[in-house]
Write a protein that binds this ligand. Structure first.
Ligand code: SF4
Length: 140
């Protein structure tokens, strides 16, 4: 079971192998690959720092407990009809995104995120709506 906080459900959609450090990206790639290859993998919704935050590098400003990040988590969970502690397969997360999210939601919910301008996350939402799943991460 992979423990994830709300906003990371969206971040995984747009993930293309970039991250805050090599270790952070390797960990995220492992989670992303597991979900892409085995969509029946169970995830549990966490409140606060999760399995991805655990690899946030010590030498960068830690934002994982910022109030704005918690707000983003809550907005996304509300949109997906999920709450802390829920356990569900990744496949069901994708289904909920398909029926409750549109690409332009990223612009609003993730307004302050430094990764947003790449456009990868909107594209990731489009892929889920098109039912083609997560995009394979190209290794460097
Ligand atoms: S814009 Fe930022 S917070 Fe939003 S899904 Fe993308 S990476 Fe995650």
């Amino acid at each position: 079971m992979i423990k994830l906080r709300g906003h990371h459900l969206f971040c995984l959609l747009g993930y293309r192998g970039m991250g805050y450090s090599k270790e952070y990206a390797e960990n995220m790639t492992a989670v992303h690959s597991a979900l892409r290859q085995r969509p029946d993998t169970l995830i549990q919704i966490m409140k606060g720092p999760d399995y991805l935050c655990a690899k946030f590098p010590d030498d960068q400003p830690y934002h994982c407990e910022d109030q704005g990040i918690y707000v983003r988590d809550s907005e996304i969970l509300k949109r997906l009809g999920l709450k802390f502690g829920d356990v569900l397969p990744w496949r069901e997360v994708e289904r909920r995104i398909r029926v409750g999210v549109v690409p332009s939601d990223i612009e609003v919910i993730c307004e302050t995120c430094s990764w947003r301008s790449y456009g990868y996350c909107e594209h990731g939402v489009e892929r889920i709506i098109d039912a083609v799943g997560l995009r394979e991460v190209e290794q460097e």
